[in-house]
Design a protein around this ligand. Structure first.
Ligand code: MG
Ligand code: MG
Length: 269
């Protein structure tokens, strides 16, 4: 499948979907506390997406049985919400997606609940910052692999972390997962050029240990083989017709974080 290039009008709809995702994730961030089940988070997300007049895109995606993915500790991505109780000190990653008028948004964050191990906090901080470095590197005129290069360089500069190899970011638009696949590692300067109208989900997944993972018997949950804790951050962003980026799933469009990296966001959305 070819890379889908969006018009400004289409990106405006994607911004609406992205805001639903961003607002739902903010609500989940504010709601999460020790003693809650991961299913309780799913109930909150389902109601938030419905209230916004959007449709969840994870539900029934290749049979996925919930509205969000909730992955705890050594679970890194694709955890299924259920009766698991969130404990003090857990690292919880939540991934959420929504559709408006056929256009998709997709984003994720990790958070430490209650008293957080400083090493876990550092893991999450590194993962989040690497995502922003990736987005900043994926500017108009850059090459696709500049993104993964930036993610990997930053992550490795911060310590010994395992960057997942089998999972990565992706194009997003009228499907949640489109071409191109976006690696979180590798050489710079390769692959297709980043151009206006391109929309990508950037999502580093890292662990405090090895990059080796396995899928649990539920056929979804991805865990680290060495049981090290993982973190996952994700935003969907686009290059607007003016050549500037805009982070579709960030409430402020990525203004603050990208400004700190010397990147100006578009005012077209
Ligand atoms: Mg996602
Ligand atoms: Mg994604």
């Amino acid at each position: 499948m070819a890379i889908q290039i969006k018009t400004l009008e289409q990106l405006k709809i994607m911004r609406r979907a992205g805001l639903v995702v961003g607002q739902t994730l903010e609500l989940l961030k504010a709601s999460i506390k020790p003693g809650m089940t991961t299913d309780a988070l799913n109930v909150i997300a389902a109601a938030s997406i419905k209230r916004a007049g959007a449709t969840p895109n994870f539900l029934n995606y290749h049979g996925f049985p919930a509205v969000i993915c909730v992955s705890v500790n050594d679970e890194i991505v694709h955890g299924i919400p259920g009766p698991r109780v969130i404990n003090d000190g857990d690292v919880v990653s939540i991934d959420c997606g929504a559709i408006i008028d056929g256009w998709h948004g997709d984003a994720a964050f990790s958070i430490g609940v209650g008293k957080v191990d400083p090493q876990d906090q550092k893991l999450m901080d590194v993962c989040e910052e690497s995502m922003w470095r990736g987005i900043a590197a994926g500017k108009n005129g850059a090459k696709l692999t500049d993104i993964g290069y930036a993610v990997e360089q930053y992550t490795n500069s911060q310590g010994k972390y395992g960057i997942l190899r089998e999972y990565g970011g992706h194009g997003i638009g009228t499907e949640m997962h489109q071409e191109p696949h976006v690696l979180n590692f590798g050489k710079a300067g390769q692959g297709p050029e980043i151009v206006p109208g391109l929309a990508l989900a950037i999502e580093p997944m890292i662990t405090r240990g090895s990059d080796r993972t396995k899928v649990l018997s539920d056929d979804w949950t991805v865990v680290s083989v060495d049981k090290s804790r993982g973190s996952h951050f994700e935003h969907s962003y686009a290059i607007c017709p003016d050549g500037k980026p805009f982070v579709l799933t960030a409430l402020d469009g990525g203004f603050e974080k990208l400004a700190s990296l010397g990147v100006e966001i578009s005012d077209q959305l």
